[in-house]
Design a protein around this ligand. Structure first.
Ligand SMILES: Nc1ccc2nc(N)nc(O)c2c1
Length: 379
């Protein structure tokens, strides 16, 4: 905590812009989040395969937790009894939690959506659960999340305009209820409204404007990274960004590949989360300055080079591709752990470079040079 930020406030400071790209920081009672920021996903209170000191050393200022998973196991009340999520998983930086609706729709069975909320059966043990905007905020409060999400309904794309409109309007009504329920939480925490509207520009604008009128401390763009082509996702960001307050953070949910991040930052996004770095790490796929390297490929069997000898991350700098390939072939857990570590570090390094480039007014060059590196490959 820097001395100039009071302990109990949430705020966003813009330091520089370069076109629509922005750099700055979010201040929370648990520390600052440098933006643009990539937030490693810690779904069930762990960033899969990494120790949190590696997550911190990689440059992450904030990690994600998931209401849906944690309410099922170990239970929100139990986490609260054990001192909250920060104590439970031994991460003392800011934590952002998703509200659970998206995960219910993608993971649970026998779910029913109504005005009141969503009822569903757990994918873990089939137990019956109810999730309303109020209960979601209560759970996120029990977990102790510094940044919380409204409960929303995310439609898969493609969908009909009617379906997108229905879910967008329901999400707006739930935004009001979530924000009201959030008022009882300790100062310094924040709740974000989530823009919905499918791939329909008019619905996206209506959602963004209505949420801006509700004066949230931050705004998420949801309903993307749900199967649409990148150009549709980027078009929706371009549609929404001008209608969100410039002095509040913008968080693009569930995104994405390194290319998605660079292109979305160029259009005004400040925060990202995605399972891509760790999920790919478990599938032997490394993201590097030279593009993607699939360590399953036999071409690496005798390659003594590390993934990136110039990196300051041990996983990228100290282990030969031959060794990583060997671990992957033997299905050894260290293979997934090292490649996940490398990927988390690469994503943080990509964002650190973006922040510096925006501050120096050379973001377009940074994007071009980064993509040239990916195209050149690992010669
Ligand atoms: N692609 C995603 C990922 C996570 C989401 N979470 C919520 N609450 N809403 C969405 O629309 C999401 C979309």
């Amino acid at each position: 905590m820097t001395p100039d930020t009071p302990a109990d406030t949430f705020s966003f400071t813009l330091s520089a812009t370069d076109g629509a790209a922005r750099t700055g920081y979010v201040s929370t009672p648990r520390g600052r989040i440098r933006t643009p920021a990539f937030m490693p996903v810690g779904t069930v209170a762990t960033v899969k395969g990494l120790y949190f000191d590696q997550v911190r050393a990689a440059g992450a200022d904030i990690v994600l937790g998931n209401t849906y998973h944690l309410m099922l196991r170990p239970g929100a009340e139990r986490v609260a009894k054990l001192g909250g999520l920060h104590t439970f998983m031994r991460w003392d930086g800011p934590i952002l939690t998703d509200s659970g609706g998206f995960q219910v729709m993608s993971l649970s069975s026998l779910r029913k959506m109504s005005e009141q909320g969503v009822t569903f059966r757990s994918h873990v043990d089939g137990a019956y659960h109810e999730m309303s905007p109020e209960r979601s905020v209560e759970i996120q409060g029990l977990l102790g999340a510094d940044i919380q999400m409204q409960l929303d309904e995310c439609v898969r794309l493609p969908c009909t305009d009617e379906e997108a409109e229905r879910a967008m309007r329901l999400s707006l009504r739930w935004a009001e209820r979530s924000k009201r329920a959030f008022e009882t939480q300790p100062k310094g925490r924040a709740i974000f409204g989530i823009v919905q509207g499918g791939a329909v520009p008019a619905l996206r604008v209506e959602s963004a404007r209505a949420l801006a009128d509700m004066d949230f401390p931050g705004y998420s763009i949801g309903g993307l990274a749900v199967g649409e082509p990148q150009e549709v996702m980027l078009a929706m960001i371009e549609t929404v960004a001008p209608h969100l307050p410039t002095n509040k953070p913008r968080y693009l949910m569930g995104v994405g590949t390194p290319d998605d991040l660079l292109e979305s930052v160029a259009r005004g996004i400040d925060m990202f989360d995605c399972v891509m770095p760790t999920r790919s790490g478990r599938h032997a796929l490394a993201f590097t300055r030279f593009g993607r390297i699939n360590l399953k490929n036999a071409r690496h069997a005798e390659d003594p080079r590390p993934l990136d000898e110039e990196s300051d991350c041990p996983a990228l700098r100290d282990y030969s591709r031959a060794y990583l390939h060997h671990l992957v072939r033997c299905e050894e857990m260290l293979g997934a752990m090292l490649i996940s570590w490398a990927n988390i570090h690469y994503y943080q390094q990509l964002m650190a470079g973006a922040r510096a480039a925006i501050a120096a007014g050379r973001y377009a060059d940074y994007v071009a040079q980064t993509k040239e590196g990916w195209a050149r490959g690992d010669l």
